[in-house]
Write a protein that binds this ligand. Sequence first.
Ligand SMILES: Cc1cc2nc3c(=O)[nH]c(=O)nc-3n(C[C@H](O)[C@H](O)[C@H](O)COP(=O)(O)OP(=O)(O)OC[C@H]3O[C@@H](n4cnc5c(N)ncnc54)[C@H](O)[C@@H]3O)c2cc1C
Length: 388
Amino acid sequence: MRYDVVIIGGAIVGSSIAYYLREEGFSGSIALVERDPQFAHAATTLSCASIRQQFSIPENIRLSQFTLKLFRRLTEEFGPDADIGFREGGYLILAGENGLPILKANHETQLAEGADIVLEDAEALVRRFPWLSAEGITAGAYGRTGEGWFDAHAMLMLFRKALRQKNIEFITADVTGIERQGDRVIGVGLDNGERLEAGIVVNAAGPNAGKVSAMAGLALPVEPRKRNVFIFEAREKYDDMPLLVDPSGIYVRPEGSVYITGGAEPEEGDGPADASDFEPDWPLFEEVIWPVLATRIPAFEAIKPTRAWAGHYDYNTLDQNAVIGPHPQVENFLFANGFSGHGLQQAPAVGKALAELIVHGGFRTVDCAAFGYSRVAEGRAFRELNVI
Ligand SMILES: Cc1cc2nc3c(=O)[nH]c(=O)nc-3n(C[C@H](O)[C@H](O)[C@H](O)COP(=O)(O)OP(=O)(O)OC[C@H]3O[C@@H](n4cnc5c(N)ncnc54)[C@H](O)[C@@H]3O)c2cc1C
């Protein structure tokens, strides 16, 4: 079996690449290989499904803006029934005195990219959101439009459904090996003993991307990092509540009639997760999250946690940013990895970018050159400061 393009990983990034390859007119054969077709452990389906413009570097803002445009014309792209429940509730990123210079610098970058973000002092924020306590807060950046949350599973299903009409070979298998001949990858081996010959191999393996790259003998600093998300109920309902990020890193947002929260993992000791560990760390809610929430939103003194889940970030240990494009020596091995907590919202743009690279030989819509692998080879960080 030979395919012009073999994509390893069929969640949002892999599916988006396959989708845009066809949209860009690619007529060669495409195999999308996925080992977990229910996506039970994919970052995509375990994510918090939020989209923002509040990044520190323009390139990340541009990737999210591509997706935002897609969300706003979803039915044109995917048909009249397309709905991912996009709610443009905004982000509110808070800073104390120490965080203010970075918040201001980020805000200027975001404005220069046309993002609808306002920077307000503590007093104005409390006027805007009377449920908020400004204790320890100097200012906050609020996305009036262009930021919010959606249903990640519905988004994945939109792409997967669209692929059914696009002549894609869906293969359910675990890729266990990648064959190299000098500076080319020539095929992938599967756990069922089969072998797929490949013209191009794309790594879309999410948190497992480092291991998949290693199969081709290529180093990629991406590893799974466990992140816990808790659901709680509260008596008070705040319909105007954005996704609020406290200076401590704890975030909270409404999810229908309940709330979700997370961001409590301590930096110290944060390391690669056991690939099979999806057990929520409940003490983080009681000991770290709840005291922060009760201070920031006094009405959250009385809340009831009801459920929790844990997923794995596709964490780039070099600079918490994506690696996009070919390996400089092994040019037919392409990366779409290391999104470090913001890959769901970037997936459509990245799919489009890689498709343009494969079909036209260069980026046309969003220039992803800054995300290239050469910085990994040189150990040169291209750091995103707003990792939530
Ligand atoms: C708790 C949490 C919250 C998040 N919140 C957000 C958010 O609010 N906004 C946002 O934009 N992003 C968020 N993210 C990040 C986002 O979910 C990821 O960056 C994104 O989903 C990555 O998509 P992916 O397709 O690359 O990876 P995944 O969804 O993990 O998919 C990779 C797929 O590859 C398959 N695979 C791996 N190895 C192999 C192999 N050897 N053979 C075959 N198949 C293989 C896996 O089974 C998996 O289905 C969050 C992540 C987590 C964990």
